[in-house]
Write a protein that binds this ligand. Structure first.
Ligand code: KG4
Length: 340
């Protein structure tokens, strides 16, 4: 009999459910929350309310598209954290209630592990190509910037991470500062394509080991724009493509320098990327280019698996399920990775 896992993801502002059968994706439904756009960032209270409204229809739709009845589920996997507590509470409580009503095992998943394993979701009619263990994953999103060594589906070690802001936040702040909209990453990415990445210089941080820092470069952009605008009030409007391209180049340089160092030091040549920022066209091009130069095998996630989605939660849950792990009903969501 097939192992059928329902995955539920609600860590930030996407309510998502997916069904996989023996690791193969049967359905994936994502309800993104437009309500935050007007505020230029995710408003936690509004996010939990929207999850509350979306969760029943999203899970029902995922089961119906998969052609799977609740009674056929082998387990329910849900994101326990890290993320926004109110958002996590909705998914966790819903998963618990459904597990009780169906008499079905419950499996908690670390959201970050979901991103690490996104490449292991098999799809019908799509060639299955995934990294071999051990591999390095550059995990870059609105909440994280990490280099992770993945030794098996259930074993991973964070080699380096940001000590302050995530790189996605730097993209978002850049866009907000320039009045371009939210979320900033895709907007900056698009404008950068028409700009000169070498026109302006921003100072790169000097961080030890494989750690990152993105708060300084954000401030450096703020002061740069402020000073230039004092000389010419139209500076930003006239140069937005070049500013975006130069700022983006600097962020990608920072990410790549540490990734190259980690790959050199560990001798690992299997290199993947994950998280919302892995949709960035410049980052994808640079990883591919470095890979060709250094003999890496590189793995870029499909766009639908870069942002938060429940397919990655379902596949991570599947590996926990195969390992015999089960979560008890007294589980509580955890906002921070250190609490997991
Ligand atoms: O993984 P994700 O959907 O949510 C979490 O943070 O967990 O990542 C969202 C982040 C946002 O900061 C967004 O601006 C960024 O990913 N992002 C991008 C691109 N698409 C999304 N950043 C740069 N370039 C993109 N094309």
């Amino acid at each position: 009999m097939a192992d059928i896992i329902l995955g539920i993801e609600s860590s930030c502002d996407d309510t998502s459910a997916a069904v996989i059968s023996d690791g193969v994706l049967l359905s994936s439904v994502i309800a993104s929350q437009e309500v935050h756009r007007a505020y230029g960032g995710v408003v936690p209270e509004l996010a939990s309310r929207a999850h509350q409204a979306n969760i029943v229809p999203v899970v029902s739709e995922a089961l119906s598209r998969a052609g799977v009845k609740g009674s056929e589920l082998s387990a329910i996997a849900f994101t326990r954290g890290p993320g926004l507590l109110g958002s996590l509470l909705v998914g966790t409580s819903f998963a618990k209630g459904l597990a009780i009503s169906l008499g079905c095992p419950l499996i908690e998943v670390n959201h970050l592990q979901g991103h690490l394993l996104a490449g292991f979701v098999q799809q019908k009619d799509v060639p299955f190509r995934h990294p071999s263990f051990p591999y390095l994953c550059l995990l870059v999103s609105g909440g994280n910037s990490q280099i992770v060594r993945v030794d098996s589906p259930l074993e991973f070690e964070i080699l380096g991470q940001t000590i302050d802001d995530a790189v996605g936040e730097a993209f978002d702040k850049c866009s907000k500062m320039m009045g371009l909209g939210y979320p900033g990453g895709p907007i900056v990415d698009k404008l950068a394509k028409q700009g000169d990445p070498h026109r302006f210089k921003f100072a790169k941080p000097h961080m030890p080991g494989y750690d990152y820092s993105f708060s300084g470069i954000k401030t450096s952009l703020l002061y740069f724009v402020r000073d230039e605008m004092a000389k010419d009030p139209e500076f930003m409007e006239k140069n937005k493509e070049d500013i975006c391209a130069s700022f983006q180049r600097c962020l990608i340089d920072i990410l790549m320098d540490k990734l190259v160092l980690a790959a050199k030091d560990t001798g690992i040549k299997e290199v993947a990327i994950g998280g919302g920022v892995s949709a960035n066209s410049e980052l994808r091009a640079r990883i591919t280019e470095e890979g060709e130069k250094r003999g890496w095998n590189t793995y870029l996630p499909e766009f639908k698996f870069t942002t938060d989605n429940a397919a990655m939660i379902a596949i991570a849950g599947y590996y926990h399920y195969l390992a015999g792990e089960r979560t008890t009903l007294d589980v509580a969501p955890a906002a921070r990775a250190s609490q997991l």
